[in-house]
Write a protein that binds this ligand. Structure first.
Ligand SMILES: *Cc1c(COP(=O)(O)O)cnc(C)c1O
Length: 391
């Protein structure tokens, strides 16, 4: 039956069907106790995430964007500061930097991992640079050993954008840093979760993320007691004690209801991510012979495949997307315009050249993936892609 229906880029229904009874129970419990703001489920979820990620503190907030904004503010970043990040990301990454009054400085990316290129980070450091904000794009950890080494040498804060990487595990990867990172540092960071490497991590529970809620939600992770306290203060109008507002903050708490529902989903995340990884492997094996498309780079050990994104030979990307559409297969371009070229920055980055970012923007295409993509549907996607690329 599924063989003739449309295959969306992400189908959340099977996940919902699997967990429906537990979710219904969690929902009813919150309705019954009625503590909709900072109820007991929030604390429980924060503790579970802190344990899972391997950090001392996890602070629930209203969205991934707020997690970034609040983490940046808690790190003391503001007016006059520069934050080095990638332009090849969702706008919220760079928006958060501008929202705290700092300036986004864009480094180019590595063409096989899509993540920020550490050597270009070094090129962009000035005396105003205060922080580096790497994104673990599509669920693949950025080159963290090298990034932390640069940060320490220049005394910079590192905030990880983990919106797409819940559950991703960093493994030192020499294809990313050209073998330049310090071996002892590699060992320190090898096999640990994204969000536990920098000074803070920012997660999103937007419904389509790997750990998706049923509305907006986010989380900050950190090992710093001071940063954690500031984040807790900032998310609740700048106060830890009611009606004793100490700094300008936000109304940005994680809803009890979202936390309750996410508590149900969290124990399944490793299996869901493993299913994504298995699907990614099947794609990559099947695409090995194509001259038109390039599958994502290996090694992919800790990658959680929030997206499975291929590169398509020059000029053929939109044609492939159209071909898939005609065959009832969804695909998406993440992201069609790099951040530095968005209308919001008109005129600001005219002189900036990011050759790899600009080129990949015209080449990338994300294919259907998820924890419950059936092998049958995946076969249909593979067949269509291979038909296109051999015709
Ligand atoms: C989704 C996303 C965000 C923002 O998360 P929200 O919860 O939607 O605010 C930030 N950065 C990246 C890379 C994202 O994909």
């Amino acid at each position: 039956m599924s063989s003739d229906s449309f295959i969306p880029i992400l189908n959340l229904t099977p996940e919902l069907d699997l967990l429906r009874d537990e979710l219904d129970r969690a929902y009813r419990e919150v309705m019954d106790h009625g503590r909709f703001i900072m109820g007991p489920e929030v604390k429980q979820f924060e503790e579970s995430v802190a344990k899972y990620v391997g950090v001392k503190h996890a602070i629930g907030v209203n969205s991934g964007t707020d997690a970034l904004v609040i983490a940046l503010r808690a790190a003391g970043i503001g007016e006059g500061d520069e934050v080095i990040t990638t332009s090849f990301t969702f706008f919220a990454t760079t928006e958060s930097i501008d929202m705290v009054g700092a300036t986004s400085v864009f480094a180019d990316i590595n063409e096989s991992t899509f993540n920020i290129d550490p050597s270009d980070i070094e090129e962009k450091i000035t005396e105003r640079t205060k922080a580096i904000l790497p994104v673990h794009l599509y669920g693949r950890p950025a080159a963290m050993a090298r990034i932390m080494e640069i940060a320490e040498r220049h005394n910079l804060i590192v905030i990880e954008d983990c919106a797409q990487s819940f559950g991703a595990v960093y493994s030192a990867d020499c294809t990313e840093c050209g073998g330049n990172c310090d071996a002892s540092r590699k060992k320190i960071f090898d096999g640990i979760q994204t969000g536990s490497i920098g000074h803070a991590g920012a997660f999103s529970f937007f419904p389509s993320k790997n750990l998706g809620g049923f509305g907006d939600g986010g989380m900050i992770t950190t090992n710093s007691d001071e940063m954690a306290e500031l984040c807790r203060k900032l998310r609740a109008h700048g106060s830890l004690k009611k009606y004793r507002n100490e700094v300008m903050g936000y109304n940005s708490r994680l809803d009890t209801l979202q936390a309750a529902l996410l508590n149900v989903k969290l124990p399944h995340i490793d299996r869901f991510n493993e299913n994504r990884r298995a699907a990614a492997r099947r794609y990559t094996d099947a695409f090995a012979g194509s001259t038109v498309i390039t599958p994502p780079a290996l090694p992919d050990d800790g990658h959680v495949y929030h997206q499975y994104t291929i590169r398509v030979a020059e000029g053929k990307r939109d044609e492939l997307a159209g071909y898939l559409q005609r065959n009832d297969i969804g695909s998406m371009i993440y992201y069609p315009i790099p951040c530095h070229k968005l209308p919001v920055y008109e005129g600001k980055y005219d002189d900036l050249t990011l050759p790899v970012t600009n080129r990949l923007t015209d080449e990338v295409l994300s294919l259907p993936i998820g924890p419950f993509l059936s092998e049958e549907d995946q076969e249909r996607v593979i067949r269509a892609v291979m038909e296109f690329s051999t015709s």
